[in-house]
Design a protein. Structure first.
Length: 275
């Protein structure tokens, strides 16, 4: 940035999107991505190139209700009316990407590095009847009428706490972390499995909270829990899979369409609504 563009603060966007139409968050040549659509809108509104960070790079097909992205802004930009700025950004966004909130944070704030926790929700539907309202944001497991939710909830507790989650990370990504000397340890604060009714349909919901997540971690956890719920694995098996620190020890990766990034936690008072 030049002399007239000294960073004055940070714009923070609370975003939601339907993942089906995107090849994930990260920009890729020739592919439609969340970051690509957002960058195009912001570049037009701010009339300059931007730097952007995100709380978590979701994969292709994954949805979000509480994604957060941050962009350094100038002193002059920080004085713009928030309502007008938000309207300008929304006008340039596609229908499957929503700006749910606009905030300012101190200079140097990072949506990724300042995040204290992430919250994901995974939805499943069992039975022969095709889901109606949950279609597109739930994994439809055909040929089985019910999962043993109690066994799934019991098995999941073995994963709560700080552990090496190599068994629940995409193998190629784990290898890159190992080569780079980076930790595969993460701290899960809670995992809840429950039978719920949403919009008149019976769903199984896996709710996962933690400080951070490895590549495909939640989807592999869910795929493994389904093995338990179907009676193909004992509830104690999940603890053994975790201890193995080997992707081959855990279950399959659940489909992307059932996963939603629900929210990201930041220190209280750090984000100020942009009026």
């Amino acid at each position: 940035m030049g002399r007239g563009e000294v960073r004055g603060a940070t714009m923070v966007m609370h975003l939601g999107y339907r993942g089906a139409g995107f090849s994930g968050w990260a920009e890729q040549p020739g592919r439609r991505t969340v970051a690509g659509e957002l960058r195009e809108a912001l570049t037009t509104v701010l009339r300059r190139p931007i730097e952007m960070e995100v709380a978590g790079r979701t994969d292709a097909g994954v949805h979000a209700l509480g994604q957060h992205a941050s962009v350094p802004i100038t002193v002059e930009e920080a004085t713009l009316p928030g309502r007008r700025l938000r309207s300008s950004i929304v006008a340039l966004m596609p229908d499957d990407l929503a700006l749910r909130g606009l905030y300012q944070a101190p200079r140097g704030f990072s949506a990724r590095l300042d995040a204290q926790g992430r919250h994901y929700c995974y939805r499943l539907v069992c039975g022969m009847a095709r889901p109606v309202m949950a279609w597109g944001h739930a994994w439809w497991i055909r040929g089985i009428e019910r999962l043993d939710v109690g066994a799934m909830a019991c098995a999941a507790q073995a994963l709560v706490g700080e552990h090496d989650f190599t068994s629940f990370c995409k193998a190629t990504s784990a290898e890159l972390l190992i080569r780079g000397g980076r930790s595969r340890c993460r701290n899960l604060t809670s995992i809840e499995v429950a039978q719920v009714c949403e919009a008149g349909e019976e769903l199984v919901v896996v709710d996962v909270r933690g400080n951070a997540f490895l590549h495909n971690m939640v989807r592999i956890i869910v795929g493994s829990l389904v093995e338990v719920g179907r009676g193909q694995r004992d509830a104690r098996w999940l603890a053994d899979a975790l201890a193995a620190r080997d992707r081959r020890a855990a279950g399959p990766t659940a489909p992307a369409e059932g996963l939603t990034l629900v929210g990201v936690d930041y220190p209280s008072g750090l984000l100020t609504p942009w009026r």
